[in-house]
Design a protein around this ligand. Structure first.
Ligand SMILES: O=C(O)CCC(=O)C(=O)O
Ligand SMILES: [Fe+2]
Length: 204
């Protein structure tokens, strides 16, 4: 059996209609592999805090972050391996990986859609989870704002297509119960600098 043949529960299609496609695959990566990557990244990455404006006040971004271009010769080994695992499941020419570190239950990401100018049109976002299980909430933008609550376990993949970013927000809410650290790897296909993010429709 190959390394990636253990799809614990198989892919679960959460959304698949005109509003977009969202697929959750628990167990894409075996638990021991996910744990090894988590430990190496937690120690080995130069995690950065950030500041953002909220209601005209500067506040800390409530998690730590890092970013690599996937062709960076200094790409850490676990990210190379994680990319291979994601590419085995998703046919997209990923160019970039954003890392989020949620140190504990107080860290979060507010509901948002990924910035469309950071994505090549039509390409998905793939989120690989490592470390503690955290809840993600995916909520429709339109009333009645249907919400999906899912547990993102270590080794799971959440694939959101481009269209879904127009119609849904996603976020990782703070929790009350104590939680260990979690790392997410967000693989994206970013537009090449200097070229438009979206291809204009062909003339004629
Ligand atoms: O940590 C996650 O799973 C979500 C991260 C996210 O939404 C983002 O980086 O844009
Ligand atoms: Fe996001």
């Amino acid at each position: 059996m190959g390394q990636f043949s253990l799809f614990a529960a198989g892919p679960q299609v959460l959304i698949d209609d005109a509003s977009g496609r969202v697929v959750h695959t628990p167990g894409l990566v075996p638990a021991a592999t996910a744990q090894a990557w988590f430990a190496q990244l937690l120690e080995g990455i130069a995690w950065r805090g950030g500041r953002r404006l909220m209601y005209e006040r500067e506040v800390d971004v409530p998690r730590l972050r890092a970013h690599f271009d996937l062709d960076d010769p200094a790409l850490p080994a676990p990210l190379h391996e994680a990319l291979a695992a994601v590419r085995a499941a998703v046919d997209a020419p990923f160019t970039s990986v954003g890392l989020n570190l949620y140190r504990d239950e107080h860290d979060s990401v507010a509901p948002h859609n990924d910035k469309l100018e950071d994505l090549v049109r039509g390409q998905p976002i793939a989120l690989l989870s490592l470390g503690a299980t955290r809840e993600m909430v995916i909520r429709a933008k339109r009333p009645p704002r249907r919400a999906l609550h899912l547990d993102l376990e270590a080794g799971s993949l959440l694939l959101m297509d481009y269209a879904s970013q127009f119609h849904y927000d996603h976020g990782i809410p703070k929790q009350r119960a104590p939680m260990g650290p979690r790392i997410s790897l967000a693989f994206r296909v970013r537009p090449v600098a200097g070229r438009p993010a979206t291809t204009p429709p062909a003339a004629g």
